[in-house]
Ligand binder design. Structure first.
Ligand code: UDP
Ligand code: MG
Length: 340
């Protein structure tokens, strides 16, 4: 992976650059009415600064507040602002997928609604895209104003993922990134359910680069990622990219077996050489508890995977669209689920 700092290559020849792309900005929103006015005004400034033109695709992930209404109103004032409204809350990864499917641009930028991903970084990302990179990831250099708890959990997540998977997922890189049309098309072919989008982006390959930024705190509203959702996301990331947990089960099994064999030899020795009957109750209870829990643990692990296989084979759409507001005549729209 290469790391480029902007401005260090003044000699880059203009004719070698890609033309200014039309940029689609994809933003999943879930009950974000508090932050929307500020977000919209900052987005407008950024869109005006993009010479190739821009559109914003909001994906309303089943919000129960005024989010959809506010976006609809914004669309009335500025047709570049568009909306895919999902039929219910499908979760952040599915909402991202819906947005990627809707986006038309040559380059697609993914970002959060809460302005923790500053949109002002987009022109710099576009510049790197023009220099030939297909994925421009934004790496936060500090996590301002985030709780110690959030930092610790994020840090351990990246450590564990790095250890257990072959997939290179960079620490401190969220979903904030620019992707070329080619990468978005490749992602569109991956329709698995339990998806960690940044893992998939790393899986598809193409040329990646990283750009640093200081991540501010949430501009308004509450986090939509409580602990439960975060744990589930980590588990999805692990199980969809690694079978290491399955191997952990077998390692424990082998270890337990060896220990058991050792104990059996000892028991035979006590019985036949020392000619003592072993009182035995304590060890029986311990062994019983130990192996029952071991079996349960392994069963649970296998169950995790079986459950995910079950989810996959159902082949349900990743999301359902309730309506789409993009300024195109309504007749041109399909009945509105994902393709395939
Ligand atoms: N989000 C979503 N669906 C959900 C939860 C969150 O679309 O079920 C969106 C949310 O509106 C925001 C982004 O995902 O734009 C990231 O959420 P948040 O900022 O709350 O997460 P955090 O930064 O606290 O991890
Ligand atoms: Mg956030």
């Amino acid at each position: 992976m290469e790391h480029v700092s902007l401005g260090s290559e003044a000699h880059v020849n203009d004719t070698m650059l890609r033309p200014d792309p039309r940029v689609s900005i994809v933003i999943p929103v879930f009950n974000e009415e508090a932050v929307l006015p500020l977000l919209l005004s900052r987005l407008r400034g950024v869109m005006d600064a993009l010479p190739g033109g821009a559109e914003v695709w909001f994906v309303d992930d089943g919000s129960r507040d005024a989010t959809a209404r506010m976006i609809e109103q914004a669309h009335g004032e500025d047709a570049r602002i568009k909306l895919v409204q999902l039929s219910r809350n499908f979760g952040h990864p599915a909402a991202i997928t819906a947005g990627l499917d809707a986006a038309q641009g040559d380059a697609v930028v993914l970002m959060d609604a809460d302005l923790q991903d500053p949109p002002e970084l987009i022109p710099d990302m576009v510049e790197l895209y023009r220099r030939g990179f297909d994925v421009v990831q934004a790496r936060r250099s500090t996590r301002e104003k985030e709780s110690i708890f959030k930092r610790v959990t994020a840090w351990s997540f990246y450590r564990i993922m790095g250890r257990l998977t072959n997939n290179e997922i960079e620490a401190n890189v969220g979903e904030f990134r620019l992707m070329s049309r080619a990468v978005v098309a490749a992602l569109g072919q991956l329709r698995e359910r339990h998806r960690l989008v940044r893992g998939l982006v790393s899986w598809v390959g193409f040329s990646h680069t990283t750009i640093g930024f200081v991540r501010p705190g949430r501009a308004a509203g509450e986090t939509k990622y409580p602990l439960g959702k975060m744990l589930r996301l980590s588990a999805d990331g692990l199980t969809s990219f690694s079978t290491a947990p399955l191997r952990v089960a077998s390692f424990i099994g082998v270890g337990g077996l060896l220990a058991g064999l050792g104990y059996a030899v000892y028991a035979v020795y006590v019985r036949f050489w020392l000619r003592q009957a072993v009182a035995g109750w304590t060890s029986l209870v311990i062994i019983n508890i130990f192996f029952s829990s071991l079996v349960l643990l392994c069963l649970g692990l296998v169950g995790e995977y079986v459950g995910r296989i079950f989810e996959e084979v159902k082949r349900r759409p990743l999301y359902l669209v309730r309506r789409k507001i993009d300024g195109a005549p309504a007749a041109a729209e399909g009945l509105g689920s994902e393709r395939r």
